[in-house]
Ligand binder design. Structure first.
Ligand code: CAA
Length: 240
């Protein structure tokens, strides 16, 4: 049996590509989703990867869901905190609800996903924590005060976890995608999206599989000494 990997938001977008790649690399994969039952069922049909439905913003639901995954597949060795949402608005129009929703899902969601698996990783002296951040957490973004705060926060979480986990054989790293061809980016108004693409030296959006390959490397046994790092995959849009 291969190692067990949990991918939150793992049935769509970048998460879908990560789930598929980890499965192809021999992991037993569990993918979570929040709401889209139809897409999750189609994903399981296509890939054979089991999906689990819970809201990462809810600690108790995460803990319970993770216990179920571990009962089904065994102890989780690799956790990919990928689930995330946008609620974009210029700051003067951003509501406290838009702020809170994004913080709860994207930032507290990382705590809720990693915290329940951390004690087991410490006991077993092996673990991989991979958090999906964003170029917009590195550089900031018009209309994304909420989202950029969470994605910058990912880097602080990982750098702290790396120090706590290193002697227990656990690594924690960030992958910071640039603009990737997913529904999230396609939801940006076309004119704005075109202007963003024009600022990417590669001249194109990234593909979800390009992010999945970074995650797969960090998840591998070969990456043991890479700890607390941020891998940027953004077509040279931004250097940090
Ligand atoms: N930079 C500078 N100005 C921008 C801008 C930008 N990136 N985006 C919008 N604007 C400007 C518009 O041109 C417009 O200016 P004018 O009024 O002079 O024409 C103004 O902002 C829009 O103001 P509004 O008050 O009308 O804005 P709105 O309330 O309708 O909100 C918006 C529009 C939500 C900002 C919309 O333009 C938008 O979604 N922008 C894209 C934001 C973005 O890039 N999000 C990233 C999503 S992808 C992602 O998050 C994945 C990832 O990790 C990379």
């Amino acid at each position: 049996m291969g190692r067990v990997a949990l991918v939150t938001g793992g049935s769509r977008g970048i998460g879908e590509a990560i789930s598929k790649k980890l499965k192809a690399d021999g992991f037993e994969v569990a993918a979570t989703y929040a709401g889209n039952d139809e897409k999750a069922a189609a994903f399981t049909n296509e890939t054979g990867i089991k999906t689990y439905k819970w809201n990462v913003a809810d600690y108790d639901a995460s803990k319970e869901g993770i216990a179920k995954v571990e009962a089904d597949l065994g102890p989780i060795d690799v956790v990919v905190a990928n689930a995330g949402i946008t609620r974009d608005a210029p700051f003067h129009k951003m509501s406290p609800e838009q702020w809170k929703e994004v913080i709860d899902t994207n930032l507290t969601g990382v705590f809720n996903t990693v915290h329940p698996v951390w004690p087991g990783m410490r006991e077993r002296k092996f673990g991989r924590v991979i958090v999906i951040s964003s170029v917009n957490g590195q550089k900031g973004q018009f209309a994304q005060v909420n989202y950029a705060a969470t994605k910058a926060g990912d880097i602080g979480i990982v750098r702290s976890l790396a120090q706590e986990g290193a002697r227990a054989g656990i690594t924690a790293n960030v992958v910071a995608p640039g603009y990737i061809a997913t529904e999230m980016v396609m939801a940006v108004p076309e004119k704005v999206r075109e202007s963003i693409i024009s600022q990417i030296p590669a001249g194109r959006l990234g593909e979800p599989e390009e992010i999945a390959r970074c995650v797969a490397f960090l998840a591998s046994d070969d990456a043991q000494f890479i700890n607390g790092s941020t891998i940027s995959a953004n077509g040279a849009q931004f250097f940090s």
